[in-house]
Design a protein. Sequence first.
Length: 444
Amino acid sequence: MSDNLKLLRYNTGTDKKVLIKFKDNFSAVIFNATIVAYSKSAVADLVAVHKNQYIIDPQTHIYQQNISAVQAENSHGIVSVKKSVDKYLSELPSVLKTRYYNKKIGLLPDDIIDIIDELVEKTYSFDTSYVDKYIKNKEYDKYLNFANIGPSPAVAIAPYFMIKSSYSEIEIDNWMKLNSLCAEKFISLNRGKYKVGIQIVIDKRILESSSILDKIKDCYKGNVIDYAFIWVDNFNLFDATEKQQEQFKALLMTLTNLGIKPIMAYGGYDSIILCNKDLSYRMYGVAQSVGYGEMRHVTPVGGGLPVNKYYFPPLHSRLSLSEVTSILSIKGYFAKSSVNASEDFYQNICACKMCREIIGNNIDNFMRYNESSDFTMLNGIKRNRPTTEASLIAAIHFMHAKVDEWNSVENMSFDTLKKNLLKGYAEYCPTKYHNLQDWCSIYE
């Protein structure tokens, strides 16, 4: 049996249909705390009826953000803290919420340390029992109790704070001390009831720091911690610098030597492949969203206009439809007979159920992934965005690809996985081949 945690993030109600379809292929569903606070009834239904193993990311790094990062403008032009954030912070110490709203530029360790016990207690309660309160109001609660199949946290994550490259060494030490205290108090409160996780949130430049690994070691040594959720700001291992790639492996070594299993909080195939059992220093799980979410900024940024994308399995990457159709055109797919082209596509690109259903015997049907509709922006400019069907079938295809990736990683040798990865890049993206080759050599 696999010891990897295959995690699926739930972000919006539109994810639900796809999540339910693939629920048996994943270990647990993971929610951001703000979503749980805002959509508590929907979350209760989801974990009670469809996926009873869940994890809540407590998102306590919010306190470090400039308040503008968690604000939104309504239709009347009024700017205020997002309702989801406000509802969640109301579940945590009221003193911290007041301090944060008054200060506006983010709190410092000294603003938090005096209230740390209450923060840990309320975070633990939110992680482990908040959802239960709303299940008890449902008709199915009696059945769940009778059958003893109610939902429960797969992992409870302690409060955590980000380490930024803009911090001085003293500031880093103060935030690390706060992280250490949060972990210690959280573990003590848990008393072995649930698996415990910490979250290590850093930016790429901090990953390159010569001292950060020693600080992490000192921060968490001596504590019984099951998992470390790693979140490197907007990070992809395949595209990282050589120094970042080497330091990431050193981070895995540090955590493994502490007896802590690393999990990628936002990761793609670059992290999934590292869950292979052949590696001495490996990962033990990866989370991503339905159809996206393989990397993410810590400080929220605008998402921009939605565009049609297709997960291209040979490169294990989401590409714009224009990039994919260009590849297919160069490889001659649209110049072949429809039957031959579609069969070649299934042989070399993707043979998942979604692609077979969409393409059938006519490669031109691939363009259904590229369907879009017009919409007019507030400034009057017209743009195109993916149709509801195009977004749905792209998400389902993405999920099929993820299931295939996990099956390969858990059933093939790491050597075979590397060869297949390099073969894909040699064929479809030769400009990145040598970078991938260098990355592979780190794990030989």
